[in-house]
Write a new protein. Sequence first.
Lengths: 186, 544
Amino acid sequence: MAILKTSAHQHLFFTLLIGSVISLSAQTPPAREYQIKAGFLFNFTQFIEWPASAFVSTETPIVIGVLGEDPFNAYLDEIVSGETVNGHPLVVQRFKTISEVNTCHILFINITETAKLEEIVTSLKGRNILTVSDAANFMQQGGMIRFVTVNKKIQFQINPEATKEADLSISSKVLRLAEIVVPKKK
Amino acid sequence: MLFKDIPIQRKLMTVILLTSGAVLILTCVAFFAYEFHTFRQSTVRQLSTLGEIIGANSTAALAFESPEDANEILAALMAEQHILAAILYDKEGNIFSKYPATLTVSNVPIQPKLKGYRFVDSYLEGFQPVIQGTRRLGTLYLKSDLRAIDERFRLYGIIAVLVIAVSSLLAYLLSKILQKSISKPILALAETAKAISDRQDYSVRATKLGNDELGSLTDAFNHMLMQIQEQNLVLSGFNKNLEHKVMERTIELEIVNKEQKEVEKKLYEKNNELAQALEELQSAKAQLIELNNKLERRVEERTNELLVSEEELIIKNHELKKINIDLDNFIYTASHDLKSPICNIEGLTSLLNKMLDNRLENKERNLMEMISRSIAKFKGTIEGLTEITKVQKNLEYEVEDVSFKEAIEDVKDDIRDMMVQAEALIREDLQVNRIIYARHNLRSIVYNLLSNAIKYRSPERPLKVAIKTYDEGGHTVLSIEDNGLGINEKNLPKLFTMFKRLHTHVEGAGIGLYIIKRTIENKGGRIEVESKLDEGTRFKVYFK
């Protein structure tokens, strides 16, 4: 609920819930699960510090990238539009393949890309990009944050070593909320 | 008991204790006020700091919607026992998390209110925003009781009471010891003074305990005592002397008293005598009064008689005046009427004499001459009478400024023959020369007096006449003195009467002096005469 901004959204949400109609078409809003996840993606920008080298200037936008099929529809754009973090405006970019990912700070990797996870993580190594995904084996593949649903509540797992490798500093307050997962090295 | 009546020791101690107590209480009150103010401020500050910490820790929980985590964070407030309640609201203002978990929603604000902390009743409560970066994620509500303040102040109260108690005790002990330095010399002085006044013993001395003002007071007191003692000695000497004197005086007085009593007795006797004398005097006085009355009656009678006789006199006087006037008229008429017959007789006699001149014998011729002389004498008398009537009728000559010298020379010219014949030596001393008078009258006065002097000269010695004028007592005086025959003293009163002639050997009508007296007196003056027989006469005319 916290991420719902207007009564129009609320109204829409209740209509969807009562009608039990779940549609994933481009025009319809995403399921509540993805609304919350979109909010979380936005919130991460506030609790994570990127190295100065990640930005050309202080006004350079923080780019939230969505790799693969976009589960948020336009919802993520709505959330971030007009928002700034430490002077950086927020921008959403969508990528079909990992090779398209150029300037990016948070990259959400959809489940649709599960097969390519290892390739993706490897290609992003050494870049200051926070990788987030729902994929079940994401943490084993070297992902940084994975959304999990526990008791119908959306929570997340964090691999602090991975974030540290990417030179990202995650607030301890977030770490406290998260399940710390450090996969065994292969 | 009034403060001014309590003993000095207690007074001093009261002063010290009250002063220190007042200072302590004032200090404590000031301290309390300051502490109360600053403690409230610091309580607010502490609570807001706590709020900041909680808020900062709660951002992620709010952001990632983890009330469990928020609860955990709030649960940490358990360590601060004064926090009664804490609530986290999400950014829509709904309750997100609360502490303690058992908190009933009815007791706390459902919606966040204005930012800031405030004292409500005996609590401190307030709201503060929870912010991550620049984004407001929610609001924190904190409610704290003020027991911390109460506890603090209870502690302060206990400390203050203890401090005051201990300070008072210390002040009491210190003042009890220190006040002696002031009260002891005073009490010693007081005791000495009391001993002196009780026993009248001025040989006692106060002990000096220091060199402060009280020391000098003691010195002064002792000095005073010494002086009193000395004076006492002198006084007792005086006293003895006085007693002695009093005794002497008493004895003297007793003697005097005795004498006095005797005197009194004598006085009493004398008094009785006097009283008797007084009685006699009174009876004599009564007699005198009676006599007086009689006399008064007599005087009255006599007065009445006199009044009667005076009336008679007035009548007589009146009659006399009438007679006088009649006489004057008679003289005037007589002299007037006799004038022409005598002139006729004179003319006829002269004619007869001429006619008979050659025929007369010597005997007849003598007779004729005698007739002529008688006629001349008669004529002279008539002229004198005419003169008198003139004076009588107050015939006035005009008054003018005349000179004595001129009048005298004038008269001398008239009587030169007489003077030569008499070989008279006339001396003049005119201190006053001029006078306002009728020229005729002045000449008449000088003429009569000078001619009289020549007429009545002594045949035994050459005649000397002294004419003087001078001022005497406001009058101009004309004095004519001779060394002639003089006048017998018994005849002097008759001198100025009419037709009175004292010497018969010279011719005269015997009216000259009468006329000048009347003339002089008519003008308000007077004439006096002094004379001694065979020595001379002096006339003095006092002009007005």
